[in-house]
Design a protein around this ligand. Structure first.
Ligand SMILES: [Fe+2]
Length: 569
């Protein structure tokens, strides 16, 4: 039995599973080259079927998610979401009716699923799938938004009895949930209304600081580091939000909240406003999680939802004494809910509640594809550099202060490059970090990079603990004083880092890190995603070559080939 998961909103995507395996998962942005694509994932669906060698008629079940009023309106009238997408990403000038749009968005926030929304949405999904060749009869499942988030965390965490907590901006009228999973049954215990959303508050601060909501929230977290610290007692946003037990309460509705935040942001330096929002998030999230653990007496907690991309807030949660084990689903935002919908439909059908997760679930390419892409430009030379040699060779180049492009095997699912579509450099070189920021990534100066390190070295480098594995860059850790110099290009200014710990799951990457370790005693490198800022991570060899040429990068390792660019600098 095959189940196709579909998500057609912010960071649209598709996932294909059978009774036992996650076969394929990817987001539409990688195909259309528009970051966080919102259009129906026709390309991702076609790629999933192609990967598995299936025809649409082999799919018996399709699961999709989110039928709230605004989502349904967007399905009835798709230009609505396209306009918002372009505006939100600053691709078009501010429209004259922006204030009206803004007010409408937040007025509709609390409206969840109304009668008929499901029927209208399902008709739309069927119509779109028909264009993809789904003309046979199949069962269509609707999975509620936070249930889809919860399913991603609960069913891939590997923990038996667990608490499952979701928090995001909003979806289907909610901004969060607490569920328990005991004796194999996932059961929702608490639902947080969309009106009381920590995610919306953080999103509004992002917007007020001149950045793109739903995309630049990580920059607020990074910017907060540049404020002088102050006590929570002195935080002007303190009164905006309250956690009592396992309830959350926003003092103001979203519209009034925006106005009140605006007054504060207007009179406060940017980094301090960012600090206030970040501190509020950390304090209130930790309180909420702590109360939930107390209430249900379960210390193993799995998390999903966009808010859990905030690695600093996650660190506060990890530091709770009551928390025994943590797991954060690596594609925690809405980009992951196509898989969540499929996993939940499978759980209902087969009771399967535990799935092996590998993030390497996208496309891979053969030697012909690579050769063809590399031969497209005369500035490039392509040499065989066998799988065994490339780790040693790449480590030598990194050691010599070069950054390299590292393209291997199947593409990662999720926002982070985890060693298959990565740019790698020395972890201790501030110079190479600046070069990467200025010429390749073109990011704001205050955005930090992150390290990948051998799992065995993590306790030597970081103040690591055994509460969870940091295999997907979802958690911040304090670094040890003695290793800080070695991590100059991959730590935040407060001395924390967001590591990817690498083990046998990615053998080629592990080999590279072992070679780095031979020269430096520590298997650690800077790892940033293989893209230019604002663009999605590259997917195909042709995408990779194009970026190599536009950024004038010298070296690339691609599935056993070594490619050099004569025009590289
Ligand atoms: Fe969400």
């Amino acid at each position: 039995m095959y189940i196709l998961g579909v998500w057609d909103g912010h960071d649209a995507g598709a996932a294909l599973i059978d009774d036992e395996n996650i076969i394929y998962a990817a987001n539409e942005e990688r195909f259309t080259k528009r970051k966080l694509e919102v259009s129906f994932p026709h390309n991702a669906i076609a790629a999933a079927l192609r990967y598995a060698g299936l025809k649409p008629s082999s799919i018996d079940h399709v699961a999709y998610t989110t039928t709230e009023l605004t989502k349904t309106l967007e399905r009835i009238y798709p230009p609505m979401k396209e306009t918002y997408y372009k505006f939100r990403r600053r691709k078009e000038p501010k429209p004259w009716n922006e204030r009206f749009r803004h007010n409408l968005k937040y007025s509709l926030t609390s409206v969840g699923i109304l009668p008929l929304c499901g029927t209208i949405s399902s008709a739309y999904i069927r119509r779109q799938l028909k264009k993809d060749g789904f003309t046979h009869s199949y069962k269509l499942h609707i999975v509620e938004h936070h249930t889809a988030h919860a399913a991603t965390a609960a069913f891939t965490s590997g923990m038996k009895d667990q608490l499952v907590i979701t928090l995001d901006g909003l979806g289907d009228g909610l901004s969060g949930s607490v569920s328990t999973m005991e004796n194999g049954r996932l059961e929702r215990k608490v639902a947080i209304r969309a009106r009381d959303s920590l995610g919306i508050l953080y999103e509004q601060v992002t917007n007020l600081l001149g950045m793109r909501e739903l995309e630049d929230e990580g920059k607020i977290m990074a910017m907060a580091d540049y404020s002088y610290p102050f006590d929570f007692e002195d935080n002007k946003l303190k009164g905006f939000f309250k956690v009592v037990g396992t309830t959350m309460h926003a003092t103001y509705g979203p519209l009034r909240q925006y106005t009140e935040l605006d007054k504060i942001a207007w009179q406060t330096p940017r980094e301090q406003t960012a600090y206030m929002a970040q501190q509020l998030l950390e304090v209130e999230m930790a309180k909420f999680v702590s109360n939930a653990i107390d209430r249900y007496g379960i210390g193993n907690v799995a998390f999903a939802g966009g808010i859990f991309s905030n690695v600093k807030a996650n660190m506060h949660i990890r530091n709770l004494d009551a928390l025994k084990k943590w797991y954060i689903f690596p594609h925690m935002g809405d980009g992951g809910i196509a898989l969540g919908a499929a996993l939940y439909a499978n759980y209902l059908k087969t009771s399967r509640n535990s799935n092996d997760l590998s993030v390497y679930r996208g496309d891979s390419y053969n030697r012909d594809d690579i050769r063809k892409a590399a031969e497209a430009d005369r500035a490039l030379t392509i040499e065989e550099d066998g799988a065994k040699e490339q780790g040693r060779h790449a480590a030598e180049l990194i050691e010599d202060d070069n950054y390299i492009l590292w393209f291997q095997g199947r593409m990662e699912y999720g926002p982070r490059a985890l060693g298959n579509r990565s740019i790698l450099a020395k972890s201790e070189s501030a110079a190479v970090k600046d070069r990467l920021n200025m010429y390749v990534k073109k990011r704001e100066w205050f955005q930090p990079f992150a390290p990948s390190m051998l799992e065995e070295d993590a306790p030597r480098i970081l103040k690591y603990d055994d509460k969870g594995r940091s295999a997907y860059m979802t958690m911040a850790y304090d670094t040890k004083d003695e290793t800080r110099d070695m991590l100059r290009s991959v730590t935040h200014v407060d001395g924390t880092a967001r590591p990817q710990t690498v083990s046998g799951e990615n053998a080629a990457y592990m080999d590279l890190l072992k070679n780095v370790k031979r020269g430096t005693c520590y298997g650690v490198v800077l790892n940033t995603s293989f893209n230019i800022h604002g663009k999605p991570i590259v997917m195909t060899p042709a995408d990779a070559i194009e970026m190599m040429l536009t950024t004038k990068t010298k070296y690339m390792f691609m599935d056993g080939y070594f490619i050099t660019n004569r025009k590289g600098v």
